[in-house]
Design a binder for this molecule. Structure first.
Ligand code: GLC
Length: 518
């Protein structure tokens, strides 16, 4: 195997800091809490942590509205605590990826306070001001334009009105934001996950978006128009390349982009001659039907579209998406884990998926997420997948000693780290074993993807390199299915059968996945 970078070899683990571990009894997770749980992550076998935003914020969008990019919100700790945590992360051989939110600031950021104060303020052009709104919409419902009475103009916000969009065509904005990247890189941060990378630059003529002829009422209103002029503009690639150049001026760092686009457009974010993002997040499995055929198609399409030399990556969950265990059910969740952790390239795992956490229903009076508050009842809310990590079976799941900011899942008495540690066939054990297998058999990391097929709702593919051929068989049905296969079983989702030699064919039990060495 050629020399791989840490972000190619290892699994990235996303932490939603509000919900991982509280150390201050305020019911909200914090950095000292994360630090106390680092050994758990080492044992799980992940290589890097990505933290959702921890910067000072009014929390209108729970940290994705940043009021100061170069400090830590008191809810989470201090810069001093951050440095200590980072030291402890590095001491364990882990890496730290921060969330970087370049598209918009908080409306409380000093830049915006200046910008809105008068039409001739030097920072006026740091944001997008117009006399009249066009038809661009907010991702959280309603118009994307807010009238500001102080100066009588409108500003654009792709998300909440408390999240005004920056004007990335202004060189001073770019310089200021790049200084922020350097601030954290100089502190020793190992890379960034860039928020809504594909939205950063908008049409300079502010043309109206075309209406979406296939919009279905009752779905998020953002889909009423097609985002032709306020998303995925050609100029964004030059900007991504400039970010990459900056990142690469530091040794051994990574640039990840959050990009929700179809495969062909997604691939462009690797950049010309791979000068773009190291990892444009691959969300293709998030929307995919849970059938062997549909997934086989996604695997083949992604593999075929990947530019030469580009490093693949796969995601099954994040803080904006329903939990996989709720999407496919508890039995298939184990199959999903085996799928994810036998795919090529870099895998990103969302906290709690390793213990099979599910979406937690949130009573209307407890809703926190503005996406749900603004457009209630259509499934836009993200609180259900952001509930506290379930460490043990005690009433507060060892997450906090205070009142948790979101409810703890009722099923945490079974689905928790402490219980699953003792249980050799648990989801936790499965994840740990699968992550270890990637290290023992690097073919799983950088072997070719081959012979992808679907039959009787069994998905199969091979991972192949000069050292080994591994066969993965995943039964997405709840029936027993006979499959033709040969090899020695390295791992079953059901925990048994290790070492079993298969000559011609075998049976997969309902929702069983197997990894075989051929
Ligand atoms: C990204 C984040 C999401 C946030 C939005 C606005 O999609 O993942 O949580 O609400 O950007 O920053």
């Amino acid at each position: 195997m050629q020399e791989l970078a840490w972000w190619q070899r290892g699994v990235i683990y996303e932490i939603y800091p509000r919900s991982f571990q509280d150390s201050s009894a305020d019911g909200i997770g914090d950095l000292a809490g994360i630090r106390q749980r680092l050994d758990y992550l080492v044992d799980l076998g992940v290589a890097a942590l990505w933290l959702s935003p921890i910067y000072p914020s009014p929390m209108a969008d729970f940290g994705y509205d940043i009021a100061d990019y170069c400090d830590i919100d008191p809810i989470f700790g201090t810069l001093h605590e951050f440095d200590f945590m980072l030291e402890e992360v590095h001491r364990r051989g882990l890496k730290m990826i921060l969330d970087f939110v370049p598209n918009h600031t908080s409306d409380q950021h000093p830049w915006f306070l200046e910008s809105r104060s008068s039409r001739d303020n030097p920072k006026r052009d740091w944001y997008l001001w117009r006399d009249q709104p066009n038809n661009w919409l907010s991702n959280f419902g309603g118009s994307g334009w807010e009238h500001d009475p102080t100066t009588g103009q409108y500003y654009y916000h792709a998300f909440l009105k408390q999240q005004p969009d920056l004007n990335w065509r202004n060189p001073a904005v770019r310089a200021a934001m790049f200084d922020i990247l350097r601030f954290w890189l100089d502190r020793g941060v190992d890379g960034f996950r860039v928020d809504v990378m594909w939205l950063m630059i908008k049409d300079d003529e502010f043309r109206d978006n075309p209406l979406n002829p296939s919009y279905t009422p009752g779905t998020p209103s953002i889909n009423r128009v097609l985002p032709l002029y306020n998303a995925n503009r050609p100029e964004v690639h030059e900007l991504v390349a400039a970010m990459r150049t900056l990142i690469d001026s530091y040794p051994d760092r990574v640039l990840i982009g959050e990009i929700y686009l179809p495969i062909q457009q997604l691939m462009e974010y690797y950049g010309e001659a791979l000068t773009g993002a190291n990892l444009p997040f691959n969300f293709q499995l998030l929307q995919c039907a849970w059938s062997a055929e549909a997934i086989a198609q996604v695997l083949s399409d992604y593999d075929a579209a990947l530019p030469a030399g580009a490093w693949p990556n796969w995601v099954l969950g994040n803080h904006d998406q329903p939990r996989i265990a709720s999407r496919v059910g508890p039995m298939q969740a184990a199959v999903a884990a085996m799928l994810l952790l036998t795919l090529p390239g870099t895998i990103t795992l969302y906290y709690g998926e390793e213990i099979g956490m599910t979406n937690v229903p949130i009573a209307p009076e407890n809703v926190q997420d503005p996406a749900e508050r603004n457009e209630p009842g259509i499934g836009a809310g993200r609180d259900p997948e952001r509930t506290p990590m379930q460490w043990d079976a005690t009433p507060l799941a060892a997450f906090t000693t205070g009142r948790p900011w979101l409810p703890i899942a009722p099923d945490h008495t079974n689905a928790n780290v402490a219980a699953q540690y003792r249980e050799p066939n648990s989801m936790l054990a499965l994840h740990r074993d699968l992550i270890r297998l990637r290290n023992v058999h690097p073919t799983l990391i950088d072997g070719k993807m081959q012979s992808i097929a679907a039959h009787n709702n069994v998905l199969r593919y091979q991972r192949v390199d000069a050292n080994a051929t591994l066969l993965i068989l995943l039964n997405l049905s709840h029936e027993q299915v006979k499959v033709d296969a040969g090899g020695v079983i390295l791992k079953s989702t059901h925990g048994d059968r290790k070492g079993e030699n298969i000559t011609h064919s075998t049976f997969l039990r309902p929702a069983e996945g197997l990894i075989l060495k051929m």
